[in-house]
Structure formats: structure tokens, C-alpha cells
Write a protein that binds this ligand. Structure first.
Ligand code: AMP
Ligand code: ZN
Length: 461
């Protein structure tokens, strides 16, 4: 984004306007980008990782187009769930959330997710959350309830519902002309109510509280992200991401409290990934229909195969997770790795024609399925040199993040070499019975044989 640099047009689907828009950042200096991160109360399931792989892919597209990106992701280390489960485990909130934070950081490495510039922990920004709540109280947009909690009055914010399409008129008011109030962090659209900015301490919170000007208590979940985003990126940012289930109430509430506090538009582009389903139902902790990354590792599946599988679909379509499909994706990925290894040691020049096509795809609201198909086309193209193919694959991988750069030529085990020579000889003698037996033996060593016009090829499975 240096002066004079021309970027190709990137179009992105904005949940707020419900259409694809040409990306144009607020500042020439850098793109201000915030992603709702994990609640560190458990191992995230692989559905959650779709949100982070999506944010990472988006960031990679921006970087690929030459933008500087300041990316922040939060870690929710205090909310209803972290408190509940730390107590169940007889651990302090800090010890409990630190453990899952470390596990999360390991996982994102496995998935080739580029670390954000900063992970902000909610507990480090309580002062900012209190300040914002005070501001909203002063402006008359928030009020204190009998127990000392502070609620945002959604009827005072004219645009409440603009992100999720909620129409407040359709909701029931109570005798005081309010929508009622809700202290819980999570609730549905049919339950739109005044939400808690500050939760007065009660016994269930145990030793989790802050003594502040608002009294003894803790912040609500929604204000955490507004305060962290503003503290690290400023009052107005370019992009804010999360899964579709964050649209309501989390992001709707973020908009209300942020814009009510500053009088400015909070986020220019709101972007959300669709769900990972299992048997056509959302993968979720509560439905116990989830897999963690550890489950995949235990089955010997490379986590990058999951990234690859997700990229086969656009981030805005729902995907139904089936283990066999993931295994199929892993086989395809390994094949790509092997074909890449056959390109040899020299890296030539990026093929510009392919590169342009690639940009057209990824800049069209991250069309990764077409970008992946193009990757196969490059590898199979007989008209470009191996060295140029290699350079082009590595170039595409800056966005795809499949880790081609780190693949090493594996030495073929001696036994495999011997079997492979014997099979080649059997084939030349047209002794197909022996050749078939040898193929099976090769399979048992974890390799697969493919007969091509240039002879047999051996792939790791
Ligand atoms: P949580 O830790 O529950 O706040 O969720 C972390 C992120 O994962 C949020 O952006 C959610 O929207 C997203 N998410 C949760 N479940 C799924 C799912 N089944 N598929 C895709 N994204 C999900
Ligand atoms: Zn958030």
C-alpha cells in the first residue's frame, strides 16, 4: 500500500450491505482488520477453525495484493463459559484459560495460519471496557439495573438490527416500553433484549471480578470485542470477521455499543464464514457432534488436509463434514505434494498468465475452489517448464497456505525400492500376476503405485 502502488480490484461480500463490494480501505497506510477469536474454555472444534482459516485466507489475499495488514484477534478469557468451566475444573480462571490458549496457538501452527499481529486477551482490556460503559451511561444509552449491572438500551440506538436484519418493531415490548433485558452472553434473534455491558458480581462468579468505578463485577462478552478493537485499531476499522453465528447478537451488539459511543461507523466490511455441518446439523460443542484437531491427528490426518478440504468450498457456503471426504482430500493433497516434488530443485519464474487468472479468482470474494482447480491445471500443464511451474505453485501457496515450501523429498525406503524394481521388471515381462502381488505389498508399506506412460510412479498414501 505504498504510495503509487496499484492494487488489483478485490471484491468482498459485506454482510452489512448484503452485496459484494469493491474493497477500498479507510487509510492508505494499512488495512485495519479484527477477527473474533476463540473463547479459551476448551479445545476448539474443527468447525471453529473454519472461522480462523477464513480470516487467514482473507488476510493472505490482501497481503498478496500488496496491502499492509494490521490484524488483531482476541482471546475471550473471561465470559460465562470460561468462568463456569474453570470452576468445574477447580482451576483459577487464569490457569484454565492459559492452558487452552496454548493449545489454540499450537493448532493454528498446524493449520498454517499466519499469526495475527497481536492476540488481545479480554482480561488485559477491562479498563477500556469500563471506560466505554461509562461513556454509554453518560450519553443515556445505557442504564444501571437494581443489581448494579449495566445494560445497553437497544431502543435508544436507531440502527439496532442493521447487520442481522432484525426488525425491532416485530419484537414484544414489556410494560416499561423496553425489550426486557438479558444478562447471558449468548441468546437468539427472537430474544432481542437490552444486553449486559457490565455484569454485577454474583455468587456464581466466585473469585472472578474487578473492583471498578462501575462496582464489583465483570464485563459482558460483546463489549470485550468493541473495546479491544478500538484500543488496538482505533474507532473505525476496515474489516471485522467471525462465523455467521456471530452476526446476532455479538456483532449486532458490537455495532450498537461502538457506534453509540463514538458516533462513527465502526466497521466498513463485516465478513462471516458459513458453518461446518455434521449430518446437516451445525457442528457444535453442545450437540457433541464435533471433531477437534487432536481427533484428526490421532487418526494420522495432517491438519493441512482440513485446510485444503475447506478451501474446496467458498467460505460462504455450508459444508458437510464427513471423515471419508477429508481422507479423500488428504490423498489429493499428498498427490499434489508428490507432483510438486517431481518438479525438481530449480525454481523459475511465476507464469504471469496463470497468476492473473489466480488473482481474478481469489479477488472475487475468495473463490478458493476455482483457485485450487487452477493449481492442478498449472501442475499438469505440459507447456511450461518444471521450474516455472514450481515458482507458480509457490506463488499461489502464499494465499492457499498448503505448505508446499516445506515439503521435503522423502527418501524411499530400501524395501520399497526393491519391490518397485521387481514390479517394473514383472511389468516388462508382462507378468501381470506378479506385478499385482507386488502392488499389494507396496500398498502395505503405505505407498500407492500408478502406471503411467513413462513407467510406474509411487506415491505415499
Ligand atoms: P466460539 O469460540 O464459540 O466463540 O466460536 C469461535 C468461532 O467459530 C466463531 O467465529 C463462530 O462463529 C465459529 N463457529 C462456531 N461453530 C462453527 C461451525 N460449526 N462452523 C463454522 N464456524 C463455526
Ligand atoms: Zn468478538
Amino acid at each position: 500500500m505504498n504510495s503509487g502502488k496499484i492494487h488489483n480490484k478485490i471484491s468482498l461480500y459485506n454482510t452489512l450491505t448484503r452485496k459484494k463490494e469493491t474493497f477500498s480501505p479507510i487509510s492508505k497506510k494499512e488495512v485495519l482488520f479484527y477477527s473474533c477469536g476463540p473463547t479459551v474454555y476448551n479445545y476448539p472444534h474443527i468447525g471453529n477453525y473454519r472461522a480462523y482459516i477464513f480470516a487467514d485466507t482473507l488476510k493472505r489475499v490482501l497481503l498478496y495484493e500488496g496491502y499492509k495488514v494490521k490484524h488483531i484477534m482476541n482471546l475471550t478469557d473471561v465470559d460465562d463459559k470460561t468462568i463456569r468451566d474453570s470452576q468445574k475444573n477447580n482451576q483459577t480462571l487464569k490457569d484454565f484459560t492459559e492452558f487452552y490458549t496454548k493449545e489454540f496457538l499450537k493448532d493454528i501452527k498446524y493449520l498454517n495460519i499466519i499469526e495475527p499481529k497481536k492476540f488481545t486477551k479480554a482480561t488485559d482490556y477491562v479498563d477500556e471496557m469500563v471506560d466505554m460503559t461509562k461513556k454509554l451511561l453518560k450519553k443515556g444509552l445505557a442504564y444501571k439495573s437494581d443489581d448494579g449491572s449495566v445494560y445497553f438500551n437497544i431502543k435508544k440506538f436507531e440502527n439496532y438490527g442493521k447487520l442481522s436484519g432484525l426488525i425491532l418493531e416485530n419484537q414484544k415490548e414489556n410494560a416499561q416500553g423496553r425489550m426486557g433485558r438479558i444478562k447471558k452472553d449468548e441468546y437468539g434473534k427472537d430474544n432481542a433484549q437490552d444486553f449486559a455491558l457490565w455484569k454485577a458480581w454474583d455468587e456464581a462468579d466466585g473469585d472472578v471480578f474487578w473492583e471498578t468505578e462501575l462496582g464489583k463485577g465483570r464485563p459482558g462478552w460483546h463489549i470485550e470485542c468493541s473495546a479491544m478493537s478500538m484500543a488496538t485499531l482505533g474507532k473505525q476499522i476496515d474489516i471485522h470477521t467471525g462465523g455467521v453465528d456471530n452476526i446476532f447478537p455479538h456483532h449486532e451488539n458490537e455495532i450498537a455499543q461502538s457506534e453509540a459511543a463514538t458516533g462513527k461507523q465502526f466497521v466498513k466490511y463485516w465478513m462471516h464464514n458459513e458453518w461446518v455441518l455434521v449430518d446437516q446439523k451445525k457442528m457444535s460443542k453442545s450437540d457433541k457432534n464435533f471433531y477437534t484437531l487432536r481427533d484428526l491427528l490421532d487418526k494420522g490426518i495432517d491438519p493441512v488436509a482440513y485446510r485444503f478440504w475447506l478451501l474446496m468450498a467458498n467460505y460462504r457456503t455450508r459444508v458437510n463434514f464427513v471423515l471419508e471426504a477429508l481422507e479423500g482430500a488428504e490423498t489429493a493433497l499428498k498427490r499434489l505434494y508428490n507432483l510438486y516434488l517431481e518438479l525438481g530443485a530449480d525454481t523459475g519464474r511465476v507464469n504471469l498468465e496463470y497468476q492473473q487468472k489466480f488473482k481474478d479468482f481469489i479477488n472475487d470474494d475468495l473463490d478458493t475452489p476455482r483457485a485450487l482447480a487452477l493449481l492442478w491445471d498449472v501442475i499438469k500443464d505440459e507447456n511450461i517448464s518444471k521450474a516455472d511451474k514450481k515458482a507458480t505453485v509457490l506463488d499461489f501457496d502464499k494465499v492457499l497456505g498448503l505448505g508446499f515450501e516445506n515439503i521435503k523429498v522423502e527418501k524411499m525406503p530400501e524395501e520399497l525400492k526393491k519391490l518397485s524394481r521387481e514390479r517394473e521388471a514383472a511389468r516388462q515381462n508382462r507378468d501381470f500376476k506378479t506385478s499385482d502381488e507386488l502392488r499389494k505389498k507396496i500398498n502395505t508399506l503405505g505407498y500407492e503405485v500408478k502406471d503411467t506412460e513413462e513407467g510406474q510412479r509411487i506415491y505415499k498414501i
